[in-house]
Design a protein around this ligand. Structure first.
Ligand SMILES: Cc1ncc(COP(=O)(O)O)c(C=O)c1O
Length: 393
């Protein structure tokens, strides 16, 4: 990829703004044009200028995919209509009878896809607490083909040792997929740690403005890239051109946004940590996080997500969530606006109740996506909401 060669040694923010995005040759326009064409003229049957039909390839989407691949330290990226479309396509690498080991604290929608759709096609899934990488080896079966992990996990922000798990998975011949949605490539690059495929819900930090739904997969290995290119075209879950264009625009500010998310998250996490009504604050940047050392070793920063357990019952948590004013009570994460959610009732409702309880997703657990408002306003908002929840108790 000539473009990647040219920018290969540049820093993250420079590549985010330039890879795949040379000025348009005809007019010099500095932004990648939005190519809304579904089909492309051929000079002679089968003779194209690289594009024949937009499901198979689109110049706007391609610019974004090349840029994202560079940021994830991969060679090839693929943009999908949603995170789950990316997940579905990557699972298309497997066949009937294949077994997958997945982390137990997994996004509920991924578990729903695995257990309620893909099992009907003869795939098998086990959810394993992989905090100790030896648990992977213990979970292997002769037909295990894939390891599927998130780190930090959603919503409890448990970290997994990606490098150690990749070493064990490689010895067993597994494809390792890391859902990197929570960190974005700015703070974590799993391909550098030995993973084969990185998946994103680009609805989150990559899109960054809560105005689109998208997904992505990035690989380093050329042969795996060809297989996913085939699946992307064959299964057809590609991202719409306009949304790919929005994602490309969002990549340009990913570095500054992630730094600002992190600075605000530190302020909010420290405030919650010191508050008497909050029992347990999980933020990988705090030394009190049980895996702070691992976070420092495998990530380039700590992100904008916090899990906090408030004291009291469901009614108390509900009053708090109804009292926020700067935060919005909503699902999703990674946008410029701060969101707060109740995983047991909202984001993880699709996970069976007994699995939720076993994983520690109880009535007091809140998930916070710290946005880009002023940190003082965010802290003041949580302070008044905690007060409101207590006063009326
Ligand atoms: C970690 C993680 N992975 C995947 C997904 C699915 O992405 P999408 O909603 O874009 O389909 C989500 C959505 O919340 C998520 O949080």
């Amino acid at each position: 990829m000539a473009d990647e060669d040219e920018w290969g040694r540049a820093g993250f923010a420079t590549r985010a703004i330039h890879v795949g995005q040379a000025p348009e040759p005809e007019t010099g326009a500095i932004n990648t044009p939005l190519y809304l064409a579904s089909t492309y003229a051929q000079a002679s049957p089968g003779v194209t200028r690289g594009y024949a039909y937009s499901r198979s390839g689109n110049p706007t989407r391609r610019a974004y995919e090349d840029c994202l691949a560079s940021l994830e330290a991969g060679t090839r990226g693929f943009a999908f209509a949603s995170g789950l479309a990316a997940t579905t396509t990557v699972l298309g690498l497997l066949s009937q009878g294949d077994h997958v080991v997945a982390c137990h604290d997994i996004y509920g929608g991924s578990m729903r896809l695995f257990d309620r759709v893909l099992t009907r096609f003869g795939m098998m899934f086990d959810y394993v607490d992989l905090a100790d990488p030896a648990a992977l080896t213990a979970a292997l079966r002769p037909n295990t083909r894939m390891l599927w992990i998130e780190s930090p996990t959603n919503p409890l922000l448990q970290l997994l040792d990606i490098r150690a798990l990749c070493e064990r998975a490689r010895a067993a011949g597994l494809i390792v997929v890391v859902d990197n949605t929570f960190m974005s490539p700015y703070f974590q690059r799993p391909l550098e740690l030995g993973a084969d495929v990185v998946v994103h819900s680009t609805t989150k930090y990559i899109g960054g403005h809560s105005d689109l739904v998208g997904g992505a997969a990035i690989v380093g290995d050329a042969e795996l890239g060809d297989r996913i290119a085939f699946l992307s075209n064959a299964m057809g879950g590609v991202q719409a051109t306009f949304d790919a264009w929005l994602c490309l625009r969002s990549l340009k500010t990913l570095a500054v946004r992630m730094r600002a998310h992190e600075a605000n998250a530190f302020a909010v996490a420290r405030f919650l940590d010191a508050h008497p009504d909050v029992d347990d604050v999980r933020y990988p940047g705090l030394p009190s996080h049980p895996q702070h050392a691992l976070a420092t070793a495998q990530m380039h920063g700590f992100g904008g997500m916090i899990a906090a357990r408030v004291r009291g019952d469901l009614a108390h948590a509900t009053r708090l969530l109804e009292s926020v004013r700067v935060f919005t009570l909503a699902e999703s994460l990674g946008g410029v606006e701060s969101l707060i959610a109740h995983p047991a009732i909202m984001t993880h409702a699709s996970m069976p109740a007994e699995v939720r309880r076993a994983n520690g997703i109880d009535d007091g657990l809140l998930r916070i996506s710290v946005g880009l408002e002023d940190a003082d306003d965010l802290v003041a908002d949580l302070a008044q909401a905690l007060d409101a929840a207590r006063v009326t108790a």
